[in-house]
Design a protein around this ligand. Sequence first.
Ligand SMILES: Cc1cc2nc3c(=O)[nH]c(=O)nc-3n(C[C@H](O)[C@H](O)[C@H](O)COP(=O)(O)OP(=O)(O)OC[C@H]3O[C@@H](n4cnc5c(N)ncnc54)[C@H](O)[C@@H]3O)c2cc1C
Length: 272
Amino acid sequence: MDVIKAAIEGEGGEARTGGVKRAVVIGAGYIGLAMTENLHERGVSVEIVKMADQIMPPLDRELTTTVENYLRAHDIAPHLRTAAAAFAERPDDRVRVDLKDNTFIDTDLVIMAAGVRPSRGLAVSAGLELGPRGGIKVDRHMRTSDPDIYAAGDAVEAEVEVEHTVLPGTWRIRLAGRANRQGRVAAENICGRDRVFESTQGTSIVKVFDMVAGGTGASESAGARTLGHVPHAQRDDAVRRRAPEAVDAQDAGRWHTAHEGGHEGRQGPESD
Ligand SMILES: Cc1cc2nc3c(=O)[nH]c(=O)nc-3n(C[C@H](O)[C@H](O)[C@H](O)COP(=O)(O)OP(=O)(O)OC[C@H]3O[C@@H](n4cnc5c(N)ncnc54)[C@H](O)[C@@H]3O)c2cc1C
């Protein structure tokens, strides 16, 4: 971050934009959007490149469209359904970003915010078993395939189907709350208590200027992918068996965007 800050501030200090007038942010997840907002507030003109057909894939499309339009209203152009194919240095010290849709953007700064990959090198060299999604396989006590080694956080993958509160299968949700709770469970077990990590429902929230978007549980598209295209009543029934309190509180599968401090919110559809 210090390098990015120095590049933006240039010689001018915090008060003005240095040499950076234009930036391209590759990726439009939470980190890409946070970078976009901060650069924009520094007076930098930002364009976003996203391979998927929407920003923030964990949220359903009808909600992200609202956020995309809100970005456009701030003169931030999302380039969707395309990806950066090449970077070339220009004679004027700028960078040309070639996109797969045969367009290009000349820019001063490129931010790569297209995903993180936890480091598993130590676990692999220790011969620990990995799960189907490539994470370090752990049981509900956070014990790896070596009973003397515990693991927690972004790099792990539970071997049982309780990793996600409402969806079946194993999931790798890379959020701090999950990592923190898993770390506590591992520590308690190491100290002789008997604790299990139950599940996570992946609650996340992002601020984009004055708009806030967030969700918890399963998006409709993730639900459809894993539970199939079934009517809502049946799907709720499947979810209720896994997380009765979530459905009863009408939390499951519901995503929300709202203007900060505002009265009006918009919620995901309640029926198919
Ligand atoms: C820019 C950014 C913003 C984020 N914002 C949020 C947010 O707002 N909310 C949220 O919930 N989550 C957020 N996350 C995700 C969150 O940071 C992670 O889910 C969380 O930090 C995972 O914790 P961890 O302990 O598994 O891994 P880490 O926090 O990455 O810690 C792993 C540590 O292990 C060290 N390490 C790796 N290999 C070795 C080795 N061989 N020997 C010794 N040490 C080693 C690493 O240096 C590192 O310090 C964000 C992530 C990023 C990158």
